[in-house]
Design a protein around this ligand. Structure first.
Ligand SMILES: Cc1cc2nc3c(=O)[nH]c(=O)nc-3n(C[C@H](O)[C@H](O)[C@H](O)COP(=O)(O)O)c2cc1C
Ligand code: SF4
Length: 518
């Protein structure tokens, strides 16, 4: 008797006991005299079922979860007998939550062994790169443009235009930089893919290198992601050994190599120019634009800087999928978005789907409402600079323009859910406080305005001249919105103003605020 078992090594799964479950499987197999092969994969992204363990069967991979070490012996018996168990979820791909997704970027995440180039290739990996070599720079740029891909880091800038700008800027050296700082609240997609399918990021960056004529790339990963750092370094080594990185990659005339750099932990270091300062060894301070990084970026050279998910979308597009990618979505938001459901939500995790799904479908239907069982009161979409939406706006489709038209943003696709015990004045204060703590200090509206914002909201919360102080906060928000150098100061007004607009009843002395709040 033998078992082939798949156990995630994703940090989210490890945090809830995946390593211990793997050890318990080994002990059980030894006791039962079973030949056991454990493959450590990434996560499928059904976080409420983690650690979710799968076993290879003739029907496909059958999933069990959420596992504890105490369940292992009985689950192993159920695996051997192909019998029932309370934690048995059926064939993983048939789990409705997974089945209703459109996994283009995350197709392999949770499926393959993230340390194996062969496994990556066996699941379609490097097909995009091979085709990119035959297409050449112009063909690659045409495909990326056709796909309609927009940057997944937050600003939604068209990737094809960015790459074309770098390709058309002549210089003896150019760089590709991957932004893996992932600082937004409720987001984890970059981490998940780096841990679960690191080669897709490497392949995407390599294709970018060929497209613009860059020979060197850096992946800037936040220090809070030690598992992702290990996974990326391991994959870079394996890709180099297989001839996909280094000189004459894939037997072509192109050279391209990668290095991982670890950030020291500042939200503003996710802002692209600040990230470049940090990569160059300086304090992360925002640079004034122009010049754009595409003209004068890392070490003063033309640089493509993209989010992890933007690069990870490229292999599918270049493997002949440009038109297919563009057919998903709505309006100017083409393709799929890996949406991250977090906060007070029943079924949190990674849900990749075409743009156009409504916020209500995502929260109530996909996410199953709150974990606390209380009514949803607010959701913050797009990280700490995103607006708070009440239930009245749940008909908003997930689309860059639809969110912008309602003074919101989709950012990096993170959604944080709050139930009816949330105090929205406290959340508004938090937005200002976050900005004050994380501000790089270069411009006054952000550096000073955020601190004045905290003080003024404190006055409102203690009932001091509420109407006048609300007017002061609104005035401050206007100054920050229009006078800040970057989106940290410029977008902090969005959570603050949305809280004031949709949850005005929370702004006043504590007794008038909703019951259940602090
Ligand atoms: C304060 C601030 C923080 C940011 N943090 C991130 C981040 O963690 N990851 C990211 O990809 N982009 C982040 N961005 C956006 C980047 O500046 C930039 O737009 C992005 O890396 C470009 O890649 P894309 O076109 O693929 O989205 C941030 C922007 C600001 C203003
Ligand atoms: S808005 Fe804030 S973070 Fe951005 S440049 Fe100004 S001080 Fe720095």
């Amino acid at each position: 008797m033998s078992l082939r078992v798949f156990i995630p090594r994703d940090a989210g799964a490890v945090a809830v006991g995946a390593d211990e479950v793997a050890i318990a499987f080994e002990a059980t197999a030894a006791k039962r005299g079973i030949a056991l092969e454990i493959v450590r994969t990434g996560s499928r992204g059904l976080y409420w079922l983690e650690p979710m363990v799968e076993v290879a069967t003739a029907k496909g991979r059958v999933a069990f979860g959420p596992m504890t070490t105490a369940d292992v012996a009985a689950v192993a018996d159920a695996m051997i007998a192909d019998g029932p168990h309370l934690l048995r979820r059926g064939v993983a791909e048939d789990i409705p939550w997974l089945k209703r997704q459109t996994r283009l970027t995350f197709a392999r995440c949770g499926v393959i062994d993230p340390s194996s180039v062969d496994d990556y290739r066996a699941h379609g990996g490097y097909k995009g790169f091979e085709r990119a070599l035959t297409l050449g720079a112009d063909g690659i740029l045409a495909d990326v443009t056709t796909s309609g891909l927009r940057g997944r880091g937050g600003a939604g800038f068209p990737t094809g235009i960015k790459w074309k700008t770098v390709a058309q800027t002549s210089a003896e050296r150019k760089y590709i930089v991957c932004n893996a700082d992932e600082g937004d609240s409720g987001t984890f997609a970059d981490r998940m893919i780096m841990e679960g399918d690191p080669f897709v990021v490497i392949e995407g960056m390599t294709i970018a290198g060929v497209a613009v004529g860059a020979t060197k790339g850096y992946i800037y990963i936040r220090s809070e992601y030690p598992h992702a750092v290990v996974a990326m370094n391991e994959a870079i080594k394996a890709a180099r050994k297989a001839g996909y990185l280094g000189s004459r990659i894939g037997d072509s005339a192109h050279d391209f190599d990668l290095e991982v750099r670890v950030g020291a932990g500042a939200y503003v270091c996710g802002e692209e120019t600040s990230l470049l300062e940090s990569l160059e060894g300086r304090r992360g301070i925002v640079r004034a634009k122009p010049p754009l990084p595409a003209h004068k970026g890392l070490f003063g050279k033309p640089t493509v800087i993209n989010n992890v998910l933007s690069f990870a979308a490229i292999p599918f597009i270049l493997a002949g999928g440009a038109k297919a990618y563009a057919e998903f979505g709505m309006g100017r938001s083409r393709g799929t978005m890996p949406i991250q459901l977090a906060g007070n939500i029943s079924r949190g995790g990674l849900f990749e789907t075409a743009f156009g799904i409504t916020l209500g479908e995502l929260i109530d239907d996909v996410g199953g409402g709150t974990l606390s069982g209380r009514p949803v009161r607010a959701v913050q979409v797009g990280g700490p600079l995103g607006a708070y939406f009440p239930r009245a706006l749940f008909d908003t489709p997930f689309d860059y323009e639809a969110f912008a038209s309602r003074d919101g943003l989709i950012g990096h696709g993170g959604i944080v859910v709050f139930d009816d015990t949330v105090d929205m004045a406290k959340q508004a204060r938090f937005a200002m406080e976050f900005c004050a703590v994380e501000s790089c200090g270069k411009c006054t509206p952000c550096r000073i305005g955020s601190t004045r914002g905290v003080e003024t909201i404190d006055k409102i919360r203690s009932g001091e001249r509420v109407a006048e102080n609300i007017a002061v906060v609104e005035d401050l928000c206007n100054t920050m919105k229009f006078g800040s150098l970057c989106a940290l100061g410029g977008f902090t007004p969005y959570p603050v103003m949305s809280a004031l607009k949709h949850f005005r009843e929370d702004f006043g002395p504590a007794p008038t605020r909703l019951q259940g709040a602090e």
